[in-house]
Design a protein around this ligand. Sequence first.
Ligand SMILES: NC(=O)c1ccc[n+]([C@@H]2O[C@H](COP(=O)([O-])OP(=O)(O)OC[C@H]3O[C@@H](n4cnc5c(N)ncnc54)[C@H](O)[C@@H]3O)[C@@H](O)[C@H]2O)c1
Length: 355
Amino acid sequence: MQIESSNLSIQWGARAQLAEQIDLSRYARCALVSDTSVSTLYGQGILDQLPNNTPLFTLPPGEKAKTLQEAERLWEQMYAAQLPRSTLMIAFGGGALCDLANFAAGCYMRGVDVALVPTTLLSMVDAAIGGKCGVNLGGGKSTIGLIRQPKRVIVDPSLLPELPPEELRSGMAEVIKAGIIGDPTLFSLLESSAGSISRCYPPLLTEIISRSIDVKMNIVDQDEREELGIRPLLNLGHTFGHAIESASGWGAMRHGEAISIGMVCAAELSSREGYLPSDVRERIEKLCFSFGLPTRIPPALSASQLIRLMRQDKKNLNSDITYILIREIGSVFTNNKIPDCKIKSILVDLGANPT
Ligand SMILES: NC(=O)c1ccc[n+]([C@@H]2O[C@H](COP(=O)([O-])OP(=O)(O)OC[C@H]3O[C@@H](n4cnc5c(N)ncnc54)[C@H](O)[C@@H]3O)[C@@H](O)[C@H]2O)c1
C-alpha cells in the first residue's frame, strides 16, 4: 500500500515540531539515523525533541551510505543499543540516507517502522516517496532493495534555502520531470518563476514540492509494484539519464543533471517521432536551462556506448529499450519500438560523439 496522504505532511519549519508529528507513544524506542554532514547541522536539534534514550547513528554523506557494509554497521549498532522490534527509526537526510535507512529498517528484526524526514529537494519530491529503498552493489544503483512504505514522511521545505545550490539544482530536474509527467500547472509555475528557485518564497516552494509529490503518489498509488506499466512513467528522462550518468562515471555528474539531459533527449525523440510539437520541446529545454541544468550530452561520451548502457536499463522487458515519450506537458507514455539508428542520431545531435 502506498503511504496514505494522512501520513505525509509538508510544512515549513516542521523539523522543529517532529515529536508532535509522530505518534511516539506507539513505540518502545526510537532511533535517529542521519549522515555526518546533516547531523552536524541539525542532529542535536532533532535529538532534543526525542526521548532521552534515543541513539543517533551517523552514516557517511551521499552515495557512500548506500552499501551493504554500511547497512551491516547500522544493524550492529542497533543491536548493540538493544533496539527492540517496537522501534521507530527516524531517518533525517537526503535520498541516499533515506534509501539506506528504510532498507536497513526493513530487514532489522524482520522490519521496524521508519519515518522519513527528507532534507534535499530531490529526496522530498522523489526518494522519500513511493517506498523504494536499497543499497548499491556491483557497480549498479539500488541493486539490492525493497519496496516498503514508511509509516510517516515529514517534509520541511525550510531546509532548502540552506542546501548547496548544486543539490537544489539537481532536485529541480525531478520537479520539472513531475510537471512534464502529470502537472501542466506545475510546469507553468516553474516557467514563471524565471528559473531562480532562490526567488521562490515559502508558499511557492511549498506548492512546487507538494505538486511534485502528488504526481509521484498518484502514479505509485496506481501501480506500486510496477505490475501495470504505469510506475515506469516516473522514469521520464532516466533511460537516457542513467546511461549518461553511468558513462560519465557514477558521481562525476549529479543525478538531476543527467536527468535534465535525459529529458531533453526524450523530448527530442518525442518531437522527431511526431508526438510532441517542437515549440513544447523547446519549452522543456529552456526550462531545464533556466534552472542551470545541462541540456547537452558531454562530447566525451560515445553514442554507441550510451545505447549499450540503455540496453541494461531495469525498465526493459526484453532486449528492446523502453523509452518514455511525451505527448504534451502532463501526458507521457512508453514505447519500446524505436530503432537504435534513430536514437543514435539524436544522441549525436545532442552532443555525444558518433563512435
Ligand atoms: N528511493 C527512490 O525512489 C529514489 C528516487 C530518486 C533517487 N533516489 C536516490 O537518492 C539518492 C540521491 O539523493 P539526494 O539527491 O538527496 O543526494 P544525497 O542523499 O546523496 O545527498 C547529497 C548531499 O547533500 C547533503 N545534504 C543533505 N541534506 C542537506 C541539507 N539540508 N543541508 C546541507 N546538506 C545536505 C548530504 O550530506 C550529501 O552530501 C541516490 O542514491 C538515488 O539513488 C531514490
